[in-house]
Design a protein. Sequence first.
Length: 139
Amino acid sequence: MQLGLTATLTTTFDDAVLRTREALSEQGFGVLTEIDVTATMKQKLDEDIEKYVILGACNPSLAHRALGVDRQIGLLLPCNVVVRDDTEHPGTVIVEAMNPDIMVRVTDAAGLRDVADDAATRLQAAIDALENPGAGPGA
């Protein structure tokens, strides 16, 4: 099983975060949380790491459907999307979205597969839009 859906962008970190938020929004996801991992590591441990942000993305319709199948699925929500500088290739940024198939793997609740498949389709579309900005629905 693939842990995440990935795109590699040649851009600035701030632009990648902005574009990721926009691509998620086009697929019906809002960003509920934003964790600045870089700042947290510096503040709590005095450690320096590359620019690294975790966006907690939620599609309310999909979340509602998943919670209707299994209330404990909230433990795996929202869908985490990581935006981080690629330390091996300066000038590039990696965007990774959690693979919704993980939800199906940790519970055998009937009906969750359909929700995970829908979420995966939407997240993959967002990732694809990042790598091919002119290929989206508004192009």
